[in-house]
Ligand binder design. Structure first.
Ligand code: 13P
Ligand code: SF4
Length: 353
């Protein structure tokens, strides 16, 4: 009989065989990620999940990731989450009714505004985006998708991560003057004192409208931390995730998705020191993987408490349920959201094929 969670999970994986595929995001702990068949950043996971044929897809990640997987799953496939209550706090910073209201007001002026939603958003938000002709993006393709969105209309509403939006805009050569951070109070529901018949004029002029959302894990990093690390480790390269503020990405030597950070470490010359500004589980993993040739340190120890809700014991409990035939645990997508939300995701997959 297996006597540790590790052995029990591996025994269940073996007995469920090809009917099971476990996928996990790079921010998972070592105890969880070691059990995965597929690991990746959000873009890779969306692409790979669409190709999986197993009946049960177990997604070790936060809720929006499971929702996207369920949307891309084939008929008969079930997507399960070890911790269904674990949601990314940034994904909850925009809601479908609020987005609908903002889009309505922005379109009052007659401009064609294209919404572009970071994949870290709810399925209901993705459905609104899909209905307005917009698309989804990830941190790996945000700049490319921003270019795509500008080609579809007069202006773009980027949501919910204003920092990813601002970093991608800078890479495209847009200035601060082209951008406007949406004041959600000015788009309050009719009847509230702040409500106005027309969108504010600054919003009417800006080419890029930014939803005021952010990741609390990545906004913990500051430019002062970057300069402190430069003083303490002269010659080190500092790389960060683009959910960091533009002040931090500007001070760093490079910024990109979790896969970019992994590739950067893989290609770094022997003996180099790397300081990485992203979720600490990934930084620790990279430090361990490259310990014989690189020195890798976190810019600061910033952990995602939502990703941490997926534990080895919860994964084990889920697999035991699947093996018993418990099918009540899978992610369900409301029928009316399927077509518009899928349209927004598929526009991204087509534009970045
Ligand atoms: P990546 O798509 O870069 O893996 O990022 C997902 C995420 O949630 C980062 O905080
Ligand atoms: Fe969400 Fe930030 Fe956690 Fe990523 S690190 S899942 S954006 S809260």
């Amino acid at each position: 009989m297996p006597d540790s969670p590790f052995d029990s999970i591996e025994a269940l994986r073996a007995s469920l065989g090809a009917s099971l595929c476990i996928v996990g995001h790079h921010y998972q702990t070592e105890e969880v990620i070691r059990h995965t068949d597929i690991r990746g950043d959000s873009l890779e996971l969306a692409r790979r999940v669409a190709e999986v044929t197993a009946e049960h897809i177990v997604f070790c990640g936060v809720y929006f990731m499971g929702e996207s997987a369920a949307l891309l799953a084939r008929p008969g496939q079930k997507v399960h989450l070890p911790a269904p209550a674990a949601e990314c706090s940034m994904a909850l910073m925009s809601s479908a009714p609020e987005l609908e209201r903002v889009m309505n007001r922005l379109c009052h002026s007659g401009r064609k505004v294209i919404p572009l939603a970071y994949v870290n958003s709810t399925l209901a938000v993705k459905a609104v985006v899909g209905r307005y002709g917009g698309a989804v993006c990830t941190s790996a393709n945000a700049r490319r998708m921003l270019e795509w969105a500008f080609a579809q209309g007069d202006a773009v509403l980027f949501l919910p991560d204003m920092n990813l939006g601002r970093n991608s805009a800078r890479a495209m050569g847009l200035t601060e003057l082209d951008q406007y951070i949406v004041d959600l109070d000015a788009f309050a529901p009719a009847g509230r004192p702040e409500a106005d018949d027309a969108a504010p004029s600054a919003a009417d002029r800006a080419r890029l409208l930014l939803w005021p959302g952010y990741c609390s894990i990545h906004t913990d990093f500051t430019p002062a931390m970057v300069s402190d690390m430069r003083t303490r480790h002269p010659g080190a390269k500092i790389i960060v995730h683009p959910e960091c503020t533009p002040e931090v990405t500007r001070a760093a030597d490079g910024a990109g998705s979790t896969s970019f950070l992994i590739d950067y470490a893989a290609k770094a010359p022997d003996g180099a020191t790397l300081i990485i500004g992203t979720e600490v589980n990934l930084v620790r993993r990279l430090a361990g993987m490259h310990k014989h040739r690189l020195r890798i340190l976190p810019l600061a120890e910033s952990a995602c408490e939502y990703m941490a809700e997926i534990t080895e014991l919860r994964l084990l409990a889920l697999l035991e349920g699947i093996a018993r035939g418990d099918s009540g645990l899978c992610v369900r997508v409301a029928e009316e959201l399927k077509a518009p939300a899928r349209a927004s995701l598929e526009r991204m997959l087509r534009a970045c094929a």
